[in-house]
Structure formats: C-alpha cells, structure tokens
Design a protein around this ligand. Structure first.
Ligand code: SAH
Length: 249
C-alpha cells in the first residue's frame, strides 16, 4: 500500500464524512415535513369522524394549510424533537406543555378567523399556537406569565419568521387593554370562570375559545360568541385537559 494511496483514501473518507454531515439536516428536515403532513391529515380525519360532537367538523382549508406549514419541531425542546409530530402534548419546561396538535387545530378552527383579524392569545407557552394563528391573520398578540417561557417563545417566533406576533410577559387574566378590542381570543390554560376583562376586550361579533374548569375537575372547551349587540352566548363543547391559568386573580 503506497503512501499516496493511503492519503487518497483518507481524503475520500473525509469527503464522505463531510457530505454526510451536510446532508443529514436536509434528510431530517424532509422527514419532519413528511411526518407533519401525515400527522395533520390524521388530525383532519379524526375531526371529520367526530361529527357527533362538533360543528363544523371539517377543518377550514386555511387552518389545514397553516397546520401543515408551522414547523412544530421548532417549538419543542431538543430532547422531545423526535416526538414533535405525534398527536400529543409535550413538556416544554416549568411544568407547562405545548398543546396537542388536534386541539390546536380544533381551537383555531372554532375561531373562524379572517385574514384582517386581530387575535389575542393567553398562554404563549412554546409559541406554537401563536405561530399557527400568525399564518392566518395579520396581527397576533400573546401573553405568557412565566418569564422564561415568554422570552424563549419570543425568540423562537422571531427565529421562525413570525414577525406579526407581539408577545409580552404578564398575567393574561386581565387581557391586553392597550391593544383591545380583539376579533378573537384564545385561552390555552384552564380557568374556573371566563375572565370578565377578556369578555370586555372582545369585539361585538367576536369569538373566544377557552377551557373552563378547575385543575382536578373535568374541564370543558367553551365557545363564547359576542353578538353585535354585545350579548354573550356560550356553548360547552367537549371535555379537555389543560394546565391551569395561574396568577393573582
Ligand atoms: N399555547 C401554548 C400552550 C401552552 S400551555 C402552546 O402552543 O405551546 C399554557 C400556558 O399558559 C403555559 O405556558 C402557562 O405558563 C401559561 N399561563 C398560565 N396562566 C397564565 C396567565 N394567567 N397569563 C398568561 N399565561 C398563563
């Protein structure tokens, strides 16, 4: 074996190693896209079959597209990334979770959003739900009570290009007075009652989805509609399980 042969073999091996390194993120990315497509199709199908409980049972094509676009793996901690496209909530630290894709799709669908809508989210968490909303409307405002999560979500939303989401740290129970009124409000933590300030900050004709119930009792997803005359109509939709809405209230 000559020295030049050895040297050439080494160079060759090195080249393979480099190309494998540069290829692997690409392969992983493609894999995530396929997994996401499959998961969201499954979610849409489950919803279609749930006819008995919900109206509408079809995901709005725009919601479907948003769910297929937002890279959920970008909002999940490194050690759970491989599970990002399972239809389940995942831990994001500080005792909190990123919601299950099916529930994100369902809640977003219930808001019946228009592109020009201004939306408020309570409970930014990972930022995933905010990103889905940001695919659908011009302006999203989102409040998170845990400072570390608020900071991380703001960073992740910026990194993934969602510049139409404005976040802040604070107690979402009181809403976001300076930005009110909102066409739609989504609360992603369970409260034992509907916060009155949120009702106030909802536009006439607006919609809110909120899990209502206490930590150890059954919670229900509630759809709130404010009529053009500012009457409040509520509809209890289905049992759900969310982390509690915390704070001083
Ligand atoms: N929408 C999130 C779900 C996060 S879980 C996502 O897509 O990942 C609910 C979040 O609500 C948690 O991060 C929790 O810290 C937050 N939260 C609880 N009480 C709150 C309050 N009073 N104001 C704002 N955020 C609150």
């Amino acid at each position: 074996m000559t020295l030049s042969y050895l040297r050439r073999s080494l160079v060759f091996l090195l080249l393979i190693a480099i190309s494998a390194l540069s290829l692997s993120p690409g392969i992983a990315q493609e894999n995530f896209e396929q997994q996401r497509e499959a998961l969201i199709e499954e979610v849409a199908e489950d919803l279609r079959r749930s006819e008995a409980i919900l109206e509408p049972t079809e995901l709005d094509p725009r919601v479907l597209r948003a769910m297929k676009t937002v890279p959920r793996h970008e909002y999940v901690p490194e050690k759970h990334k491989h599970q990002a496209y399972r239809n389940r909530p995942l831990p994001i630290g500080y005792g909190q979770t990123i919601s299950q894709p099916a529930i994100v799709a369902l809640m977003t669908n219930l808001l019946e959003l228009e592109p020009s809508d201004k939306v408020l989210e309570i409970g930014t968490g990972s930022g995933y739900q905010a990103a889905v909303l940001a695919e659908l409307v011009d302006q999203v405002f989102s409040i998170e009570i845990v400072p570390e999560l608020a900071e991380r979500a703001a960073r992740d939303l910026k990194r993934t290009g969602y510049n139409n989401v404005t976040t802040r740290q604070g107690d979402g129970y009181y809403g976001w007075e300076e930005q009110a009124p909102f066409d739609a409000i989504i609360v992603t933590a369970a409260a034992d009652h509907i916060p009155p300030r949120l009702l106030k900050q909802l536009k006439p004709g607006g919609r809110m989805v909120i899990p209502v119930g206490s930590r150890f009792m059954v919670q229900h997803l509630v759809l709130v509609k404010k009529t053009e005359d500012s009457d409040i109509l509520t509809e209890q939709l289905l049992p759900v399980q969310f982390v509690p809405l915390t704070g001083e209230h």
